[in-house]
Design a protein around this ligand. Structure first.
Ligand SMILES: NC(=O)c1ccc[n+]([C@@H]2O[C@H](COP(=O)([O-])OP(=O)(O)OC[C@H]3O[C@@H](n4cnc5c(N)ncnc54)[C@H](OP(=O)(O)O)[C@@H]3O)[C@@H](O)[C@H]2O)c1
Length: 264
């Protein structure tokens, strides 16, 4: 058996990817299709999902199901759970999300609460709903998109970093709870990545990783570790700060974010 068919055997035949219309989620969908896995594509922008589905089917011969859904409300989450019910899903990638930057008190509260729902609420509901199915079939994986900002407070992106700390901690706990049940859980903690993220979160990134690097390294790490820092930038940021005390990391990240969150 070659590596691709072993992957399908373990994590196929279907995968569900949220945030598939752009950036990291789209790269996951592309990499999964390349490995021969059929993909359920979730995001709000139907046209982008349909274009991607057509491209993946043509290039890799896989089936795709498009599920346009807004994960900032519970109906959107229920729709995803309902539409995926009849597919044998072995892998779930929760990549839908966005960030905010700037001083917390100067930001718009509805946007902050919307972010909390997409990054954490919807992710928890999908982890629970899909987690039941994965555990029942006794085989599969769950990937949750954390970040390098998850490991300490980050001034000028305080609420976004807090949402990613939630994701990181949830993944670490679920990994232990599901160990022995055949379901692998992986926290994916990238550094800056070239995607739609920077524009939506109003950050500027001097350097950024390709989303394809994140997807490939994360899928390769599944089942081998609990947290992956995919790509050079994530490793550089992660390991260079690893021995720094938490209070100092908060100061350093605050300085980094002061540059990234500067308004034009
Ligand atoms: N880029 C980075 O530097 C970076 C670094 C570390 C971690 N991350 C994390 O990686 C994940 C993916 O980010 P990205 O870089 O790929 O950003 P992106 O290019 O902006 O993509 C975000 C995706 O999430 C979807 N999404 C956003 N709001 C949604 C909603 N309300 N309902 C359904 N889907 C929604 C978007 O689709 P629609 O707009 O079509 O709905 C899009 O497909 C996020 O969780 C982010 O926090 C990113």
């Amino acid at each position: 058996m070659n590596a691709a068919s072993a992957f399908v055997q373990q994590y196929g035949p279907w995968a569900l990817v949220t945030g598939a219309s752009d950036g990291i989620g789209r790269a996951f969908a592309e990499e999964l299709a390349r490995r021969g896995v059929h993909v359920i594509l979730v995001a709000r922008r139907r046209a982008q999902l349909e274009q991607l589905a057509a491209r993946l089917t043509q290039a890799h011969g896989v089936q795709c199901r498009v599920v346009p859904a807004n994960l900032s409300n519970t109906e959107g989450v229920q729709q995803v759970l309902k539409c995926s019910k009849d597919h044998d899903v072995g892998l779930v990638v929760c990549a839908a999300g966005f960030g905010t930057s700037g001083l917390f008190l100067q930001n718009d509260l509805p946007t902050e609460l919307d972010m909390l729902q997409v990054n954490c609420g919807a992710l928890a509901a999908l982890s629970w709903g899909m987690g039941h199915r994965l555990v029942q079939r006794g085989r599969g994986g769950l990937l949750l998109l954390s970040s390098v900002v998850a490991f300490q407070g980050v001034p000028r992106s305080a609420h976004y970093a807090a949402s990613k700390a939630y994701v990181q901690t949830l993944a670490e706990g679920l990994r232990e709870e599901w160990s022995g049940l055949g379901v692998q859980v992986l926290a994916v903690a990238p550094g800056p990545v070239r995607s739609g993220f920077a524009a939506r979160s109003r950050m500027t990134m001097a350097q950024a990783e390709d989303p394809q690097v994140v997807a490939r390294a994360s899928l390769d790490a599944l089942g081998r570790t609990g947290t992956v820092r995919p790509g050079f930038l994530a490793k550089l940021l992660g390991y260079s700060l690893a021995l720094t005390p938490r209070w100092a990391r908060i100061k350093i990240m605050g300085k980094v974010m002061a540059g990234m969150a500067r308004r034009p």
